[in-house]
Design a protein around this ligand. Structure first.
Ligand code: ZN
Length: 144
């Protein structure tokens, strides 16, 4: 008999156990799909007295879907990583096509390296570094 979710529909989370990642992350994903990670909304629904406001954005109630998809703080992270994945894939494809090379860093490594560099450099347009102006002028050499 197929496993069902709480709505009586067939559970479609079997892909989690095939995901190419660490076992602890597979378990975490499984818990997410079963609505069992202890975000504040889940704790409150189980009778734990706790504030339900999201600790990251302080805007909405912290549900699992809010944390993973809707939280403005989480959206920023997904928004940063995804474009680098697409860009890295395109560069890798072009390297294979135009340089006829099969040796390359892995796509995942390239994506993570580019996204990490971007995050550390703070070049996302939202972080403004202070501008330091240095005045330079020409002075004649001393007469002697
Ligand atoms: Zn939030």
């Amino acid at each position: 008999m197929a496993e069902e979710n709480i709505h009586g529909r067939p559970f479609t989370g079997g892909w989690v156990w095939k995901a190419n990642t660490y076992p602890k992350i597979r378990c975490f994903l499984w818990q997410c799909l079963h609505k069992s990670i202890p975000v504040r909304g889940v704790l409150a629904a189980r009778g734990v007295i706790t504030p339900t406001l999201c600790p990251l954005c302080n805007i909405a109630s912290e549900s699992i879907i809010h944390l993973l998809r809707d939280c403005p703080q989480a959206r920023l992270n997904w928004g940063v990583v995804f474009p680098f994945g697409v860009w890295s894939l395109w560069l890798w494809r072009n390297k294979v096509v135009f340089r006829d090379t099969s040796s390359q860093r892995s796509l995942k490594s390239e994506t993570i390296a580019r996204a990490t560099e971007f995050a550390f450099l703070g070049v996302n347009g939202k972080v403004r570094r202070p501008v330091v102006s240095v005045q330079v002028r020409w002075l004649p050499p001393p007469e002697n």
